[in-house]
Design a binder for this molecule. Structure first.
Ligand code: BGC
Length: 352
Protein backbone atom coordinates (compact mmCIF):
# COMPACT_ATOMS: atom_id res chain seq x y z
CA UNK A 1 0.00 0.00 0.00
CA UNK A 2 1.03 3.62 -0.51
CA UNK A 3 2.44 5.44 2.52
CA UNK A 4 4.43 8.61 3.27
CA UNK A 5 7.59 7.94 5.22
CA UNK A 6 10.76 9.65 6.44
CA UNK A 7 14.12 8.46 7.65
CA UNK A 8 13.90 10.03 11.12
CA UNK A 9 16.28 12.89 11.88
CA UNK A 10 17.33 13.13 8.21
CA UNK A 11 16.23 16.45 6.71
CA UNK A 12 13.84 16.29 3.72
CA UNK A 13 13.74 12.50 3.49
CA UNK A 14 9.97 12.39 2.96
CA UNK A 15 8.99 9.97 0.21
CA UNK A 16 6.11 7.87 -1.07
CA UNK A 17 6.82 4.21 -0.30
CA UNK A 18 5.18 0.87 -0.80
CA UNK A 19 4.62 -0.59 2.66
CA UNK A 20 3.11 -3.91 3.67
CA UNK A 21 0.82 -3.74 6.63
CA UNK A 22 1.59 -6.06 9.55
CA UNK A 23 -1.95 -6.62 10.77
CA UNK A 24 -2.57 -6.45 14.48
CA UNK A 25 -6.22 -6.18 15.37
CA UNK A 26 -8.56 -3.71 13.69
CA UNK A 27 -7.78 -2.67 10.11
CA UNK A 28 -8.73 0.86 9.14
CA UNK A 29 -8.90 2.32 5.65
CA UNK A 30 -7.65 5.88 5.91
CA UNK A 31 -9.96 8.54 4.50
CA UNK A 32 -7.89 11.58 5.33
CA UNK A 33 -4.98 12.58 7.53
CA UNK A 34 -4.31 16.13 8.70
CA UNK A 35 -0.94 17.82 8.38
CA UNK A 36 0.42 19.66 11.42
CA UNK A 37 3.55 21.47 12.49
CA UNK A 38 4.91 18.32 14.15
CA UNK A 39 4.83 16.56 10.75
CA UNK A 40 6.77 19.46 9.24
CA UNK A 41 9.33 19.32 12.06
CA UNK A 42 9.74 15.58 11.51
CA UNK A 43 10.31 16.26 7.79
CA UNK A 44 12.88 18.91 8.74
CA UNK A 45 14.73 16.18 10.66
CA UNK A 46 14.17 17.77 14.09
CA UNK A 47 12.00 15.09 15.59
CA UNK A 48 10.73 11.53 15.06
CA UNK A 49 11.71 7.92 15.66
CA UNK A 50 11.17 4.80 13.53
CA UNK A 51 9.56 1.65 14.96
CA UNK A 52 12.19 -0.79 16.30
CA UNK A 53 11.81 -3.15 13.32
CA UNK A 54 11.94 -0.47 10.62
CA UNK A 55 14.43 2.04 9.26
CA UNK A 56 11.69 4.45 8.27
CA UNK A 57 8.69 6.04 9.97
CA UNK A 58 5.30 6.44 8.31
CA UNK A 59 4.24 9.88 9.48
CA UNK A 60 0.73 11.26 10.19
CA UNK A 61 -1.10 11.31 13.48
CA UNK A 62 -4.36 13.14 12.75
CA UNK A 63 -6.15 10.30 10.98
CA UNK A 64 -9.75 9.64 10.20
CA UNK A 65 -10.65 6.30 8.69
CA UNK A 66 -13.28 3.68 8.28
CA UNK A 67 -13.05 0.21 9.82
CA UNK A 68 -12.63 -2.54 7.21
CA UNK A 69 -11.91 -5.35 9.68
CA UNK A 70 -13.70 -4.89 12.97
CA UNK A 71 -13.38 -6.19 16.51
CA UNK A 72 -15.70 -6.92 19.42
CA UNK A 73 -16.91 -3.34 19.62
CA UNK A 74 -16.00 -1.75 16.31
CA UNK A 75 -17.91 -2.84 13.24
CA UNK A 76 -17.02 -2.65 9.56
CA UNK A 77 -18.04 0.75 8.22
CA UNK A 78 -17.58 2.57 11.57
CA UNK A 79 -15.74 5.88 11.38
CA UNK A 80 -12.78 6.11 13.74
CA UNK A 81 -10.02 8.48 14.79
CA UNK A 82 -6.77 7.05 16.04
CA UNK A 83 -5.30 7.96 19.41
CA UNK A 84 -1.67 9.03 19.12
CA UNK A 85 0.10 8.02 22.31
CA UNK A 86 0.69 4.56 23.76
CA UNK A 87 1.90 3.70 27.30
CA UNK A 88 5.59 3.39 28.17
CA UNK A 89 7.16 0.12 27.15
CA UNK A 90 9.61 -0.48 30.04
CA UNK A 91 8.78 -0.32 33.75
CA UNK A 92 5.44 1.25 33.00
CA UNK A 93 5.00 4.47 35.03
CA UNK A 94 2.00 5.04 37.30
CA UNK A 95 0.21 7.35 34.86
CA UNK A 96 0.58 4.89 31.97
CA UNK A 97 -0.57 2.04 34.22
CA UNK A 98 -3.73 4.02 34.90
CA UNK A 99 -4.37 4.60 31.18
CA UNK A 100 -3.18 8.22 31.34
CA UNK A 101 -0.28 7.90 28.92
CA UNK A 102 -0.70 11.55 27.92
CA UNK A 103 0.86 12.23 31.35
CA UNK A 104 3.62 9.58 30.97
CA UNK A 105 6.37 10.32 33.50
CA UNK A 106 9.12 8.09 32.12
CA UNK A 107 9.18 9.58 28.61
CA UNK A 108 9.25 6.03 27.22
CA UNK A 109 5.85 6.35 25.53
CA UNK A 110 5.43 5.77 21.83
CA UNK A 111 3.31 7.86 19.44
CA UNK A 112 1.79 6.77 16.14
CA UNK A 113 3.34 8.72 13.29
CA UNK A 114 5.83 10.45 15.58
CA UNK A 115 7.78 8.15 17.91
CA UNK A 116 8.29 4.42 17.42
CA UNK A 117 4.95 3.48 15.77
CA UNK A 118 3.94 3.90 12.12
CA UNK A 119 1.38 6.62 11.51
CA UNK A 120 -1.61 7.19 9.32
CA UNK A 121 -0.37 8.91 6.17
CA UNK A 122 -1.01 5.65 4.40
CA UNK A 123 -3.85 3.89 2.67
CA UNK A 124 -4.45 1.68 5.72
CA UNK A 125 -3.32 1.33 9.31
CA UNK A 126 -3.86 -1.35 11.89
CA UNK A 127 -4.32 -0.91 15.61
CA UNK A 128 -5.97 -2.31 18.71
CA UNK A 129 -9.52 -1.30 19.47
CA UNK A 130 -8.55 0.67 22.59
CA UNK A 131 -6.55 3.12 20.47
CA UNK A 132 -9.51 3.94 18.24
CA UNK A 133 -12.21 6.48 18.97
CA UNK A 134 -15.59 5.91 17.37
CA UNK A 135 -16.98 8.96 15.58
CA UNK A 136 -20.68 9.25 14.75
CA UNK A 137 -21.17 9.44 10.97
CA UNK A 138 -22.64 12.95 11.23
CA UNK A 139 -19.23 14.23 12.38
CA UNK A 140 -17.12 12.29 9.90
CA UNK A 141 -16.80 15.33 7.60
CA UNK A 142 -14.76 17.14 10.28
CA UNK A 143 -13.50 14.04 12.14
CA UNK A 144 -9.95 14.76 11.04
CA UNK A 145 -10.04 17.72 13.47
CA UNK A 146 -10.70 15.50 16.48
CA UNK A 147 -7.05 14.84 17.35
CA UNK A 148 -6.11 18.55 17.45
CA UNK A 149 -9.38 19.30 19.26
CA UNK A 150 -8.53 16.65 21.88
CA UNK A 151 -5.18 18.37 22.55
CA UNK A 152 -7.00 21.64 23.17
CA UNK A 153 -9.64 19.88 25.30
CA UNK A 154 -6.91 18.49 27.52
CA UNK A 155 -5.30 21.87 28.17
CA UNK A 156 -8.69 23.49 28.80
CA UNK A 157 -9.77 20.74 31.19
CA UNK A 158 -6.48 20.87 33.06
CA UNK A 159 -6.63 24.65 33.48
CA UNK A 160 -10.03 24.20 35.11
CA UNK A 161 -8.66 21.54 37.46
CA UNK A 162 -5.55 23.55 38.33
CA UNK A 163 -7.58 26.66 39.06
CA UNK A 164 -9.64 24.84 41.63
CA UNK A 165 -6.86 26.27 43.83
CA UNK A 166 -8.86 29.53 44.08
CA UNK A 167 -12.08 31.27 43.21
CA UNK A 168 -11.55 32.07 39.50
CA UNK A 169 -13.93 33.70 37.05
CA UNK A 170 -11.82 34.24 33.96
CA UNK A 171 -13.17 36.94 31.68
CA UNK A 172 -10.52 37.71 29.09
CA UNK A 173 -8.28 35.34 27.14
CA UNK A 174 -5.49 35.71 24.61
CA UNK A 175 -4.70 33.00 22.07
CA UNK A 176 -1.43 33.23 20.18
CA UNK A 177 -1.57 31.62 16.75
CA UNK A 178 -4.53 31.09 14.42
CA UNK A 179 -3.70 27.64 13.15
CA UNK A 180 -6.13 24.83 13.89
CA UNK A 181 -5.04 24.51 17.54
CA UNK A 182 -5.34 28.25 18.24
CA UNK A 183 -8.72 28.53 16.51
CA UNK A 184 -10.16 25.47 18.26
CA UNK A 185 -9.00 26.82 21.62
CA UNK A 186 -10.60 30.19 20.80
CA UNK A 187 -13.87 28.36 20.06
CA UNK A 188 -13.84 26.51 23.39
CA UNK A 189 -13.15 29.76 25.23
CA UNK A 190 -16.00 31.51 23.41
CA UNK A 191 -18.31 28.62 24.28
CA UNK A 192 -17.40 29.55 27.85
CA UNK A 193 -18.37 33.17 27.16
CA UNK A 194 -14.91 34.63 27.54
CA UNK A 195 -13.80 37.77 25.73
CA UNK A 196 -11.21 36.27 23.38
CA UNK A 197 -8.36 37.93 21.47
CA UNK A 198 -6.50 35.91 18.84
CA UNK A 199 -3.09 37.17 17.70
CA UNK A 200 -1.45 35.85 14.57
CA UNK A 201 0.86 36.93 11.77
CA UNK A 202 -1.51 36.92 8.79
CA UNK A 203 -3.07 40.26 7.84
CA UNK A 204 -6.74 40.70 8.71
CA UNK A 205 -9.35 39.81 6.12
CA UNK A 206 -7.95 36.31 5.60
CA UNK A 207 -9.62 32.96 6.28
CA UNK A 208 -8.23 32.86 9.83
CA UNK A 209 -9.49 36.29 10.84
CA UNK A 210 -12.87 35.52 9.25
CA UNK A 211 -13.24 32.52 11.55
CA UNK A 212 -12.16 34.58 14.57
CA UNK A 213 -14.73 37.24 13.71
CA UNK A 214 -17.44 34.64 13.09
CA UNK A 215 -17.07 33.41 16.67
CA UNK A 216 -17.22 36.99 18.01
CA UNK A 217 -13.60 37.09 19.07
CA UNK A 218 -11.07 39.85 18.21
CA UNK A 219 -8.38 39.22 15.60
CA UNK A 220 -5.08 41.06 15.92
CA UNK A 221 -2.56 40.75 13.12
CA UNK A 222 1.04 41.25 14.23
CA UNK A 223 1.69 42.69 10.75
CA UNK A 224 -0.64 45.55 11.65
CA UNK A 225 -0.10 45.87 15.42
CA UNK A 226 3.21 44.68 16.78
CA UNK A 227 3.12 42.35 19.68
CA UNK A 228 5.00 44.81 21.86
CA UNK A 229 2.60 47.65 20.93
CA UNK A 230 -0.40 45.49 21.78
CA UNK A 231 1.05 44.56 25.14
CA UNK A 232 1.83 48.21 25.89
CA UNK A 233 -1.95 48.75 26.06
CA UNK A 234 -1.57 47.01 29.44
CA UNK A 235 -4.63 44.82 28.90
CA UNK A 236 -4.18 41.81 31.17
CA UNK A 237 -5.47 38.33 30.44
CA UNK A 238 -6.78 35.73 32.86
CA UNK A 239 -5.78 33.01 30.46
CA UNK A 240 -3.20 32.93 27.67
CA UNK A 241 -2.78 30.01 25.30
CA UNK A 242 0.39 29.90 23.22
CA UNK A 243 -0.04 27.95 19.98
CA UNK A 244 2.14 29.82 17.49
CA UNK A 245 5.41 27.92 17.82
CA UNK A 246 7.23 31.18 18.62
CA UNK A 247 8.76 30.39 22.00
CA UNK A 248 10.63 33.70 22.10
CA UNK A 249 7.48 35.60 23.04
CA UNK A 250 6.89 33.61 26.22
CA UNK A 251 8.42 36.27 28.54
CA UNK A 252 6.12 38.91 27.00
CA UNK A 253 3.10 36.66 27.45
CA UNK A 254 4.04 35.98 31.00
CA UNK A 255 4.05 39.71 31.69
CA UNK A 256 0.57 40.08 30.12
CA UNK A 257 -1.01 37.64 32.58
CA UNK A 258 -3.47 39.00 35.12
CA UNK A 259 -3.00 38.10 38.76
CA UNK A 260 -3.98 34.46 39.38
CA UNK A 261 -3.79 33.94 35.61
CA UNK A 262 -2.59 30.91 33.68
CA UNK A 263 -0.27 30.74 30.69
CA UNK A 264 -0.66 27.46 28.86
CA UNK A 265 2.03 26.37 26.38
CA UNK A 266 1.22 23.95 23.57
CA UNK A 267 3.84 24.35 20.83
CA UNK A 268 6.31 21.60 20.05
CA UNK A 269 9.49 23.51 19.18
CA UNK A 270 12.31 21.33 17.92
CA UNK A 271 14.86 24.17 17.62
CA UNK A 272 17.64 25.38 19.87
CA UNK A 273 17.23 29.15 20.05
CA UNK A 274 18.25 31.11 23.13
CA UNK A 275 17.17 34.57 24.34
CA UNK A 276 17.89 36.94 27.21
CA UNK A 277 15.30 36.63 29.89
CA UNK A 278 14.30 39.22 32.57
CA UNK A 279 14.05 36.40 35.05
CA UNK A 280 13.99 38.45 38.26
CA UNK A 281 11.11 40.63 37.08
CA UNK A 282 9.15 37.62 35.88
CA UNK A 283 9.85 35.77 39.09
CA UNK A 284 8.55 38.72 41.12
CA UNK A 285 5.39 39.08 39.01
CA UNK A 286 4.75 35.35 39.14
CA UNK A 287 5.09 35.14 42.90
CA UNK A 288 3.24 38.36 43.75
CA UNK A 289 0.46 37.51 41.28
CA UNK A 290 0.07 33.80 42.02
CA UNK A 291 0.59 33.25 38.29
CA UNK A 292 1.03 29.90 36.68
CA UNK A 293 2.76 28.70 33.53
CA UNK A 294 2.22 25.12 32.42
CA UNK A 295 2.69 22.85 29.45
CA UNK A 296 0.18 20.34 28.13
CA UNK A 297 0.84 17.81 25.39
CA UNK A 298 -1.17 15.09 23.72
CA UNK A 299 -4.55 14.07 25.14
CA UNK A 300 -6.42 11.52 27.16
CA UNK A 301 -9.15 9.23 25.84
CA UNK A 302 -11.60 11.35 27.86
CA UNK A 303 -10.46 14.44 25.92
CA UNK A 304 -11.31 12.77 22.60
CA UNK A 305 -14.74 11.96 23.99
CA UNK A 306 -15.30 15.53 25.19
CA UNK A 307 -14.12 16.64 21.74
CA UNK A 308 -16.81 14.56 20.02
CA UNK A 309 -19.44 16.20 22.26
CA UNK A 310 -18.03 19.65 21.56
CA UNK A 311 -18.20 19.03 17.79
CA UNK A 312 -21.95 19.14 18.32
CA UNK A 313 -21.85 22.32 20.42
CA UNK A 314 -19.54 24.07 17.96
CA UNK A 315 -21.71 23.03 15.01
CA UNK A 316 -24.87 24.25 16.73
CA UNK A 317 -23.33 27.56 17.74
CA UNK A 318 -21.50 28.35 14.48
CA UNK A 319 -22.81 26.11 11.70
CA UNK A 320 -20.21 25.31 9.03
CA UNK A 321 -17.29 26.82 10.94
CA UNK A 322 -15.32 23.58 11.36
CA UNK A 323 -15.65 22.80 7.66
CA UNK A 324 -14.16 26.25 6.92
CA UNK A 325 -11.02 25.21 8.79
CA UNK A 326 -10.29 22.47 6.24
CA UNK A 327 -8.68 24.82 3.76
CA UNK A 328 -6.75 22.43 1.51
CA UNK A 329 -7.32 18.84 0.37
CA UNK A 330 -4.49 17.12 -1.45
CA UNK A 331 -4.40 13.60 -2.82
CA UNK A 332 -1.60 11.27 -1.72
CA UNK A 333 -0.11 11.35 -5.22
CA UNK A 334 0.36 15.12 -4.94
CA UNK A 335 1.66 14.94 -1.40
CA UNK A 336 4.43 17.58 -1.75
CA UNK A 337 1.70 20.25 -2.12
CA UNK A 338 0.39 19.30 1.32
CA UNK A 339 3.58 20.47 3.01
CA UNK A 340 3.86 23.84 1.29
CA UNK A 341 3.12 26.65 3.71
CA UNK A 342 0.69 29.43 2.89
CA UNK A 343 -0.60 32.07 5.30
CA UNK A 344 -4.17 31.30 4.16
CA UNK A 345 -3.96 27.66 5.19
CA UNK A 346 -5.54 26.47 8.41
CA UNK A 347 -5.74 22.70 8.07
CA UNK A 348 -4.46 20.78 5.09
CA UNK A 349 -5.57 17.16 4.78
CA UNK A 350 -4.16 14.40 2.61
CA UNK A 351 -6.81 12.18 1.05
CA UNK A 352 -6.26 8.49 0.44
C1 BGC B 1 0.47 15.80 18.63
C2 BGC B 1 0.42 15.17 20.00
C3 BGC B 1 1.79 14.65 20.37
C4 BGC B 1 2.80 15.78 20.26
C5 BGC B 1 4.23 15.38 20.67
C6 BGC B 1 1.56 16.84 18.57
O1 BGC B 1 1.64 17.36 17.28
O2 BGC B 1 -0.77 16.38 18.31
O3 BGC B 1 -0.53 14.15 20.01
O4 BGC B 1 1.78 14.13 21.67
O5 BGC B 1 2.80 16.27 18.94
O6 BGC B 1 4.80 14.41 19.92
Amino acid sequence: MKALAVTPLVKNSLRLIDHSLKETDVIVKVLETGVCRTDKEIIMGLYGEAPPDSNYLIIGHECLGVVVRGSKILKEGDYVVRMVRRPCYDNRCDNCLEGNQDMCSSGNYTEAGIKGVHGGMAEYFTDTEDNLIYIPKEHSGVGVLLEPLSVVEKATYQVGRIQERLSWNPKRALVIGAGSIGLLEAMLLRLNDMDVFVMARSPSGNKKSQIVEAIDAHYISTEETSFEAFLRTKIKFDFIYEASGNAKIIPLLWAALANNGVLSLSSITGGNEEINFPIERLNLQTVLGNKLIFGAVNSNKSDYKTGVKNFMKIKNTWPGILEKMLTRRVSIDNYTRAFETSSEDIKTVIEF
